[in-house]
Design a protein around this ligand. Sequence first.
Ligand code: 2KA
Ligand code: SF4
Ligand code: MG
Length: 237
Amino acid sequence: MKVRLFEIFTSVEGEGILYGTKTLFVRLAGCPFTCFYCDTKESLPLDSGNEYSIEEACRLIDSNLKNQTYKVNFTGGDPLIQHNAVAELAKYIQTKKIPTYLESSCFDSDRFNHVLPFFDIIKIEFKTKDSDFVDSKHYERLIENAMKCLKLSVASKKTTYIKIVVSSKTKLDDFKDLVNKIFQNISKHDVDGFIIQPTYGIAEPSLELLLNLYDVVYPYYIDVKVVPQLHKFIGAP
Ligand SMILES: Nc1nc2[nH]cc(C(=O)O)c2c(=O)[nH]1
Ligand code: SF4
Ligand SMILES: [Mg+2]
């Protein structure tokens, strides 16, 4: 089996509930989607980066893994594009007793279920309609898949949190429908966080919009947080 990695680097986790932790990022090549705010467009082609055997990729991880690393993130691109290889690499990292962390858009619940046993921490991302991830025709199917992934992660007792990227284009009513749907499927006790992440450098949402979006989630989940991509502020990758 082969795997295409776009890059591998250590940085300070800049997103989600574990921001601030020393993290090894394994960025997989490949993502067929088209979010307008994507900040890793170079990694979207499936032939970007370099190809390795699983053994070579494990050695590369070993040589990049620094002392006192809190966790290893699999990101992209979308890691589920190369789900078989990701399962192998995450399994390898788990043998080192370092927590594994999945960053995915959750577009395919079968692929998600395949990699789930090898991950400890799961970010479930729900895309908003305005993200341009997929066209409106395919949007409902995307949300169904993300919802299934959320329920699978909760049922397997993984550390699970929800993230939604918002921009100035995000419609309050669409966001309300999405949040309502999420909490029809899970309870507030099932998840370890709910992060509203504003876009950076493109179509940035106003404070007023962010507070309105916060107010939508708060009645369902009092610990909701608006967290920007903190690594951008320290010039870190
Ligand atoms: N510092 C840092 N934190 C991150 N958290 C999620 C990232 C991602 O690209 O998935 C990311 C990233 O690219 N850099
Ligand atoms: S799903 Fe992620 S990697 Fe793919 S286009 Fe959207 S933001 Fe970029
Ligand atoms: Mg990034």
